[in-house]
Ligand binder design. Structure first.
Ligand code: G6P
Ligand code: MG
Length: 219
């Protein structure tokens, strides 16, 4: 029986995946990595430093930059990103998600945040959603990022639930893999062909309701 939901943030609750993309694209241009749909997709869900490494490796530059230079590039990306998210408001909650979060909480489900983003607490404040969640996994304390299951295992721990009693919501392939490996039920939001490993799939956040989830789970 499902008793909790583990939410990714960027691209699931907040309309911020586009801002991560824009900010990374500036870095990719700077280091001379061509921007492709595949690269953009692969960047979703993974940590800041893993993202930078992927961008450098995409143009064969994985070992070209020193750790200091990499830290500077990542800091520059984060400054660009923080400028883009500075004006976020409740209007930037993705369609239907405020309603779903409210519906789930009212129905007695426990909610936690499993986002790789160190900006997650700030974004939740901007969106006025902080109080709906029992807790937020601190990504700085993780040994491994998505697709490793650790972040979803930790989010279920925050709720004091076994992962099998939770559903994880994700827009990234790395996140779906992480949810599956944690032993939770994965709910993919986006193109079913991209998120083909998801147990359940919705094309849009606007489609996510308890009733539709129950229908997909065959209850
Ligand atoms: C999320 C996003 C990624 C981002 C990561 C780290 O997982 O989907 O695109 O790279 O968080 O975010 P941060 O805000 O810590 O740089
Ligand atoms: Mg995401």
């Amino acid at each position: 029986e499902i008793k909790g939901f583990l939410f990714d943030l960027d691209g699931v609750i907040a309309d911020t995946a586009k801002f991560h993309g824009q900010a990374w694209r500036q870095v990719a241009d700077k280091v001379g990595t061509p921007w492709t749909d595949e690269l953009a997709e692969g960047l979703k869900g993974i940590s800041r430093m893993d993202s930078l490494q992927l961008i450098l490796e995409a143009s064969g530059q994985g070992d070209v930059y020193s750790d200091t230079e990499k830290a500077a590039l990542a800091a520059e990306k984060n400054r660009n990103y923080q400028t883009l998210i500075a004006t976020l408001t409740q209007a930037d909650i993705l369609p239907g998600m405020k309603a779903f979060i409210t519906e789930a909480k009212t129905a007695g489900y426990q909610l936690a945040i499993a986002s790789a983003s160190k900006n997650a607490p700030l974004i939740l404040e901007h969106l006025g959603l902080t109080d709906y969640f029992v807790g937020i996994v601190d990504p700085a304390t993780l040994a491994k990022g998505k697709p490793d299951p650790e972040i979803f295992v930790r989010a279920a721990e925050i709720l004091a639930l076994p992962p099998a009693q939770t559903i994880g919501l994700e827009d990234s392939t790395s996140g779906i893999e992480a949810i599956n490996a944690a032993g939770a039920t994965s709910l993919g939001i986006g193109e079913p062909t991209v998120l083909s490993a998801a147990n359940l799939n919705f094309n849009s956040t606007a489609d996510v309701t308890l009733e539709k989830i129950a229908a997909l789970m065959g209850e």
